[in-house]
Design a protein around this ligand. Structure first.
Ligand SMILES: [Zn+2]
Ligand SMILES: [Zn+2]
Length: 130
């Protein structure tokens, strides 16, 4: 049946995209993943890659990090922080020693509830500073 064939193709695309990112620590963008996936599946479109990435995010297999207007995808959903190079826009993993909660000194208004926080370190990576 045509529908099951479409379903099989969609599953294959999703698996290929997942394999392309699951061990990737470079926090690639959809465009970067598209270039990678296209080598194996030349007819795949950027839209398809993007849709599958959103699906993986919805399944909590990936998290999305925004840098400017670009979305970067991160397969490590456990808590970690990032060092972001201001020169090349690359993300690097930073493991913080302390898992202590950071509390804001004052929330903008009573009734706000903090559910999580993230800390990012900005600077110049070793590839850009040499
Ligand atoms: Zn990360
Ligand atoms: Zn850099």
């Amino acid at each position: 049946m045509a529908t099951s064939r479409i379903h099989a193709r969609n599953t294959k695309q999703l698996e290929l995209i997942w394999h392309a990112i699951k061990d990737d620590k470079s926090h690639p963008t959809a465009d970067q993943l598209y270039d990678r996936v296209r080598k194996k599946l030349p007819r795949i479109s950027l839209g398809t890659v993007y849709r599958n990435l959103q699906k993986l995010v919805a399944d909590e297999k990936l998290q999305v990090l925004m840098l400017g207007r670009a979305q970067h995808f991160d397969p490590l959903v456990e808590r970690h922080q990032h060092f972001i190079c201001e020169s090349c826009d690359r993300f690097f993993y930073v493991l913080v020693e302390s898992q202590k909660e950071i509390k804001p000194a004052k929330l903008p208004h009573d009734g706000f509830k903090v559910t999580s926080h993230s800390v990012a370190f900005y600077g110049v990576c070793k590839y850009c500073s040499s």
